[in-house]
Design a protein around this ligand. Structure first.
Ligand code: 6GU
Length: 225
């Protein structure tokens, strides 16, 4: 999979993409991520990428022309499955959406800053608008990093059995059950005996029940009943 990201703050995206699982995915050639600085496409001698909004009001809006020039340039090289704009007024991001996006070959992610991007860019190019939650970030970059991480780790071959994505919280609309490692007793707290029994079917039953209990207590909305 290849992911292009457009941003006016490329520095914000360097570090989160160069560690652990995501770095391994890129080293193995399963994922490539290219961050594109919008600034050189800005207008005038100051390479302006934003301007005051029509109608007045606080906050700048990202201009059409720099974005359009860069997007057109990128679209000559790639046939994007989705052109994603990360924005707090987008559709709420879920594991289901991550699963679907992990099946794509080429994605373009546009990060907004200030008050966002001119509405006409959304109309002209954007095929999917995503919000990562009901709170406001100062720019789309951290949301874009969330997308790349959550999608990248789902690509076949990226993570091994030790961290299987199939048993993740949310993968079956259930939270994950509690987990334990050595020592078997710590500060008087014992690991549930069943997990040390070697009885695999019984362990599976325990985990399923613990996951359902945890979901009922913490996220009854996921159960849909
Ligand atoms: Cl995708 N962008 C911004 N700026 N804020 C957000 C968001 C995205 N998702 C939640 N808050």
């Amino acid at each position: 999979m290849h992911i292009d990201i457009i941003t006016v703050v490329p520095e914000l995206l360097q570090s989160p993409l160069s560690h652990s699982i995501l770095q391994r995915a890129q080293d193995k050639g399963l994922l490539s991520v290219q961050v594109h600085d919008l600034r050189p496409y800005g207008i005038g001698k100051h390479h302006s990428t934003d301007d005051y909004q029509f109608g007045g009001g606080a906050g700048m809006v990202m201009r059409c022309e720099p974005l359009a020039t860069l997007i057109d340039e990128l679209r000559e090289k790639r046939n994007y499955d989705e052109v994603i704009y990360v924005t707090p007024d987008g559709e709420r991001y879920t594991q289901r959406r991550a699963n679907r996006l992990s099946l794509c070959n080429d994605l373009l992610v546009i990060c907004g800053h200030y008050k966002g991007i001119d509405e006409r860019i959304r109309e002209e190019y954007v095929t999917l608008e995503i919000s990562i939650g009901d709170y406001v970030l100062s720019g789309g970059e951290l949301a874009a990093a969330v997308l790349v991480d959550s999608i990248g780790r789902l690509l076949p071959g990226v993570i091994g059995d030790e961290t299987s994505a199939l048993t993740d919280t949310f993968q079956d609309d259930l939270l994950a059950p509690p987990v334990y490692t050595r020592p078997a007793e710590w500060r008087g707290r014992e690991v549930p005996a069943i997990l040390r029994s070697g009885n695999t079917p019984a362990i599976e039953d325990w985990r399923q029940e613990a996951a359902e209990k945890r979901t009922r207590e913490r996220r009854p909305d996921l159960l849909g009943d």
